[in-house]
Design a protein around this ligand. Structure first.
Ligand SMILES: *[C@@H]1O[C@H](CO)[C@@H](O)[C@H](O)[C@H]1NC(C)=O
Ligand SMILES: *[C@@H]1O[C@H](CO)[C@@H](O)[C@H](O)[C@H]1NC(C)=O
Ligand SMILES: *[C@@H]1O[C@H](CO)[C@@H](O)[C@H](O)[C@H]1NC(C)=O
Length: 249
C-alpha cells in the first residue's frame, strides 16, 4: 500500500519536473565545498541546475552566466574563485527521451571547447523503498549491503565525486553537479555529500535541500539519501542522526 502511494507521488512529481524545462537560476547555484591541494591549487564543488539560457528563442549553454553565478555565490561565502579553472560538468539524468536535447547542448559545448572542461552524465533515480517503514534491524542489515542493491550506489558515488574534487590538474577544477531543477536528483547527491563530508544530519541535509528548492525533494530521492545515512552509520561507523523530517508539513 505504502509502495503504491510512493509510486503515485513519484509519477506525479516526475511529470511536474519534466514539464518544467529549466534555465539556469542564480539561487540554485551554491558552492558546497573546497579542497586545497598539495600543488597549490584549490578545487571547488558546486551544486546547481541546468546551465542553459534562452537567447532570441534559442537555447544555449550558459557558460559565462554559470561562471558569474559561481563567482557571485562563492563571494557571498567569502570565497574568491581563481581567475581561471576547468569545469567538470556532471548532469544527473533519469535516462529519458526528454533529457536528450539538454545533454546534447552541454556535450556539444564541451566538445567544441575542451579547454573549458568536460561533461558527463550519471543516471540518478533514487529509491522507492521507505527505510522508515522497516524494523530497525532490517534497516541496518539492508543498509550494510546498500552498494549491492541501491541503483544510484551512493556508497560508491559520493567518494567518486570526492576523488574528482581531490584531483590535481594544471588549473584549479570546479566540479559542477546538477540536474534540471537542481532540486531532487541534485538534492539527493548533495544531501549525501553533506552527510558524509560536512557533518550534516539527515534532517539538516533535507532542510538545506528544501531551502534551495523551495519545497521538499521528491520522496524517492529523499529515501535514497536516508538509506545512505544509515549506510554511513552501520557500514562506516559514523555518528549521525538519520531520523526523517515529517513527510508532509
Ligand atoms: C553578480 O554580482 C554582480 C555585482 O554585484 C551583479 O552585477 C550581477 O548581476 C550578479 N550576477 C548574478 C548572476 O547574480
Ligand atoms: C558519472 O559521471 C562521470 C563523469 O562523466 C563518469 O566518469 C562516471 O563513469 C559516471 N558514473 C556512472 C555510474 O554513471
Ligand atoms: C542484503 O542484506 C539483506 C538482509 O541481510 C539480504 O536479505 C539481501 O539478500 C542482501 N541483498 C544483497 C543484494 O546482497
Amino acid at each position: 500500500m505504502k509502495i503504491i502511494l510512493n509510486l503515485i507521488i513519484l509519477i506525479l512529481s516526475i511529470s511536474i519536473v519534466l514539464i518544467n524545462g529549466d534555465y539556469l537560476e542564480y539561487k540554485k547555484v551554491h558552492l558546497v565545498d573546497q579542497v586545497s591541494l598539495s600543488n597549490g591549487n584549490t578545487n571547488y564543488i558546486f551544486r546547481g541546475n541546468e546551465p542553459k539560457i534562452l537567447v532570441n528563442g534559442e537555447n544555449y549553454f550558459a557558460y559565462e552566466e554559470l561562471i558569474k553565478c559561481m563567482v557571485n555565490n562563492s563571494l557571498t561565502t567569502g570565497v574568491k574563485l581563481p581567475p581561471q579553472f576547468i569545469i567538470v560538468d556532471i548532469k544527473l539524468i533519469y535516462g529519458l527521451k526528454d533529457e536528450e536535447s539538454d545533454i546534447e547542448l552541454e556535450q556539444t559545448f564541451f566538445n567544441a571547447n575542451p579547454q573549458f572542461g568536460e561533461f558527463g552524465t550519471n543516471v540518478t533515480l533514487g529509491d522507492l523503498w521507505d527505510p522508515n517503514f522497516l524494523p530497525e534491524h532490517d534497516v541496518k542489515s539492508w543498509a550494510l549491503n546498500l552498494s549491492d542493491w541501491q541503483h544510484d550506489n551512493l556508497p560508491y558515488r559520493i567518494p567518486f565525486y570526492r576523488n574528482i574534487l581531490n584531483s590535481e590538474n594544471d588549473l584549479p577544477l570546479v566540479l559542477y553537479i546538477h540536474c534540471e531543477c537542481g532540486c531532487d536528483r541534485t538534492g539527493e547527491v548533495f544531501a549525501s555529500y553533506a552527510m558524509k563530508y560536512l557533518g550534516y544530519s539527515f534532517k539538516e541535509a533535507m532542510e538545506w535541500d528544501y531551502s534551495i528548492a523551495g519545497r521538499r525533494i521528491m520522496i524517492n530521492h529523499q529515501f535514497a539519501a536516508q538509506w545512505y545515512c544509515y549506510y554511513l552509520q552501520v557500514a562506516e561507523g559514523m555518528t549521525i542522526d538519520c531520523s526523517a523530517p515529517p513527510l508532509f508539513e
